[in-house]
Ligand binder design. Structure first.
Ligand code: SF4
Ligand code: SF4
Length: 188
């Protein structure tokens, strides 16, 4: 069994954002639970860091009645680069990647990664450099207990009271991408 540890020097999951669930929805940001949003905004204000937080998921019958998740967008025009990643400093994380300026208070989604929810079960995100390097699966990887616990807390929160799920299109991505206008779309 391979023990999980970040690839030396990698900061990919703090830099690159994915189009999800498809290009037309735009790139997603870091998932924030409603109770995390205020804490992140407070930290950003204290540190004089500009953050853009938009809705991500809601539930409701005819319209998005209850917001169950927000997302913190990347600071670049194309949606990449977390505003809390310390790109201008020579300080490095223990594995040599760029350091997170709010590491001890980072969102649950950051704590969970590379464990993600693939619909039916938790799995490892194939975009993570560790997962690419070792072509590994969650079952073959040790040392992910904290990540799995963080994901379980996210799932317990965002699946509560589900009726219809509404997803917020971010309209953020590369110039020329064909995307929906920013706003809500009901998932079938
Ligand atoms: S979790 Fe994966 S993508 Fe993120 S820094 Fe570690 S190795 Fe890189
Ligand atoms: S909050 Fe920190 S750990 Fe999370 S994406 Fe930003 S820099 Fe990375």
């Amino acid at each position: 069994m391979k023990k999980f540890s970040c690839v030396q020097g990698c900061s990919d999951c703090c830099i690159y954002r994915e189009y999800y669930p498809s290009v037309e929805f735009g790139k997603i940001g870091v998932l924030l639970l409603p109770e995390e949003k205020t804490a992140i905004e407070r930290l950003a204000k204290k540190m004089n860091i500009k953050v853009k937080i938009v809705p991500r998921l809601a539930v409701g019958k005819e319209f998005p009645e209850k917001l169950i998740g927000y997302q913190m967008m990347g600071k670049n025009d194309d949606g990449d680069l977390c505003p809390f990643l310390d790109v201008g400093s020579s300080e490095r994380s223990p594995h040599g990647g760029l350091s997170c300026r709010i590491y001890s208070e980072r969102p649950l989604a950051c704590r969970a990664y590379p464990v993600i929810d693939a619909g039916k079960a938790a799995t490892l995100d194939g975009h993570c450099q560790f997962c690419k390097k070792f072509s590994t699966t969650k079952a073959e990887t040790d040392g992910l207990q904290q990540e799995i616990e963080a994901l379980a807390r996210i799932k317990g929160s965002v699946t509560a009271g589900k009726i219809h799920v509404w997803r917020y299109a971010t309209a953020t991505g590369k110039a020329g991408d064909v995307m929906l206008p920013e706003g809500w779309t009901a998932e079938s």
